[in-house]
Design a protein around this ligand. Structure first.
Ligand code: F6R
Length: 591
């Protein structure tokens, strides 16, 4: 959601900025822009639509000779997606790009309007630029230090002052890193935007200010200079490229065996690294979207296997609902990006109540990774497609391991060694499923004209259905819904009509007959039933795909990839922009 790149160095920034913006496209955006500075002149170029539209505009413009610039992709929040609202915003001597939301923008704007400032856009960013310009006293560090005292909300700013040849940056509750090389300095929303040029970076903490020039990177907090550690990223250039794949989504699904191997190796060979949840009486799993659905699988495993009471709730509700913490409770926060605004707020709510938090997170530099009391990192590497796939699968794997360890500690698991052995086979088993990709492509073809679809399952299979349904709708725009199989006939079955696709997930032996009878109910109403199961004996409906039957701790890990591929191939048949579905952003940094 919104992306920032900035450059100061020996070269013209244009190529670095455009290249960086392209790498940040995955975050979701609807307009973009750049600002270049030279000899007290700042040139701003903006465009709606794709980065290629901005690039065309830049190529048709006579550019100033510059070595300092900032650039931005905007996902509209305050005001529609048009050129005026696109960033950068220039007010007086200040030019700004911004991620986040200034919560007191309206109040500040009213004051500034009364003072005679004329605003062109509807954005909170222009208000922030005006506030910084108002504070400007010739000393950029002092100016920014004073200005941020007036701003409420979240921000990552890249700032150019007309009469300074340095690049400035500051952040609060919104990600921003500073990239370092000998003769060039960068700012970026994440390392993928600049990894082509450097893998050395500095992580800015809240309200720390970076002052960057070709040779120097200096950092300040509350007006005082501070020391910052230079970190080395393990992200590789290949991680930010599609390689031979048509889409990142497909590439990332196909990487699942590899990332599973990496994550399982890290934890299975050292079970001490797995957090012990057995000492808690209640677990709350809080997250958004797919991360929440991974948590729903976790809930079943914690309750069934480790006998620990567990609730799941989406973070946007949890943060505002009354939560009763009357038992020894652990709040598990799940997030790929570690920057989802509602999830961060839910985590902080738990902290305010003195509750322990464990974060299952992918991005190690993220806010959630840094603030959670305990963390378990999944090793997915950068996930570029907006729709999560490999990170979701690893979140599920993490819950399997947490539940297994807790069940073992509580003496509830008699087959511990066998289950561990099975875990080691998982990467190969997933590879076998992915090798059947043409079978799922066939389903995608059959869904070419589908307008609606349903997913049904019971227990843990229902949790899997939630993710299968989300994957289909978000990338292919086929309306779909997931139901507890027994719940459909309490109303929704009226929507079942001739040829409507219904996906049935049946892996749970205890209740497979029950789900089967629900399948027959929809089939009797002419639904086209696609079954994904671990039981070859189940009746052949319209379509059946059978995965190997393995320990229930890990069974979902084999069932989800077919559903991910069906979502992908359905969208591919429709020639959609799979990696950047309409209206979606990769990391949702606003409420
Ligand atoms: C769906 C998807 C989203 C995310 C959700 C949480 O494919 O990617 O539903 O799972 O926005 O994001 P994170 O995990 O970054 O907190």
């Amino acid at each position: 959601m919104c992306g920032i790149v900035g450059y100061v160095g020996e070269h013209n920034p244009k190529d670095v900025l455009i290249d960086g913006l392209k790498k940040l496209e995955y975050r979701g955006y609807d307009s973009s822009g750049i600002a270049l500075r030279s000899n007290e002149t700042v040139q701003v170029i903006k465009s709606t639509g794709r980065i290629s539209d901005l690039e065309e505009k830049i190529n048709n413009t006579k550019l100033i000779n510059s070595n300092l610039g900032i650039a931005h992709t905007r996902w509209a929040t305050h005001g529609e997606a048009n050129e005026i609202n696109a960033h950068p915003h220039k007010v007086g001597r200040v030019t700004l790009v911004h991620n986040g939301i200034i919560e007191n923008a309206t109040e500040l704007k009213n004051t500034l309007v009364n003072e005679g400032i004329v605003f062109r856009s509807e954005t909170d960013t222009e208000v922030a630029a005006a506030v910084i310009n108002k504070c400007y006293d010739g000393n950029p560090i002092k100016t920014i230090t004073e200005a941020i005292k007036l701003l409420k909300g979240s921000y990552a700013f890249g700032i150019i002052f007309e009469n300074s040849d340095k690049l400035y940056a500051v952040r609060k509750d919104s990600p921003l890193i500073v990239g370092i090389s000998d003769t060039e300095k960068y700012i970026a929303s994440d390392i993928t935007a600049i990894v082509k040029y450097t893998n050395k970076y500095v992580l800015l903490e809240d309200n720390e200010i970076a002052e960057l020039s070709t040779k120097d990177a200096k950092f300040y907090k509350n007006g005082e200079e501070i020391e910052k550690k230079i970190e080395q990223s393990t992200t590789k250039i290949e991680d930010a490229n599609k390689g031979s794949y048509k889409h990142f989504m497909l590439k990332e699904i196909m990487e699942e065996p590899l990332v599973l191997q990496r994550t399982l190796n890290k934890y299975i060979n050292n079970m001490d690294k797995i957090f012990d949840v057995s000492k808690y009486e209640e677990i709350h799993i809080v997250a958004c979207g797919s991360a929440l659905y991974a948590g729903m699988i976790g809930k079943y495993l914690f309750e069934e296997k480790a006998n620990i009471r567990c609730i799941t709730e989406c973070a946007s509700e949890y943060r505002y609902n009354k939560v009763i913490y009357d038992r020894k409770t652990l709040v598990i926060i799940v997030s790929q990006s570690g920057e989802t605004a509602d999830t961060i707020a839910a985590m902080r709510k738990a902290h305010e109540e003195g509750i322990d938090t464990l974060a299952i997170v992918n991005v190690k530099t993220s806010t959630i990774a840094r603030e959670a009391k305990h963390t378990m990192f999944i090793e997915a590497g950068p996930e570029i497609a907006v729709a999560t796939t490999k990170a979701y699968l690893l979140q599920v794997a993490m819950f399997s391991l947490l539940a297994l360890k807790a069940a073992n500690i509580k003496g509830l698991e008699n087959n511990y060694e066998e289950v561990i052995k099975e875990a080691r086979r998982l990467p190969n088993l997933v590879k076998k499923v992915l090798n059947d990709h043409d079978k799922f492509e066939e389903v995608g073809k059959e869904l070419l004209d589908a307008k609606d679809a349903f997913y049904i399952g019971r227990g843990i299979d229902f949790a899997i259905c939630k993710e299968g349904s989300l994957k289909l709708k978000e990338v292919s725009y086929v309306h779909s819904d997931a139901y507890e199989a027994g719940e459909l006939k309490h109303g929704t079955i009226s929507l079942i009509e001739d040829n409507i696709p219904v996906f049935a997930v049946i892996t749970n032996e205890k209740i497979k007959d029950k789900t089967e009878s629900n399948v027959i109910e929809v089939e009797s109403r002419q639904a086209r039933v696609y079954t994904i199961t671990n039981d070859g004996s189940i009746t052949n409906h319209h379509y059946k795909y059978v995965v190997e039957k393995i320990s229930d701790y890990f069974q979902p890990i084999l069932v989800v990839p077919p559903l991910q591929l069906i979502g992908y191939y359905t969208a591919n048949e429709r020639n959609l922009d799979i990696d950047k579905p309409r209206n979606l952003a990769k990391s949702v940094t606003v409420e």
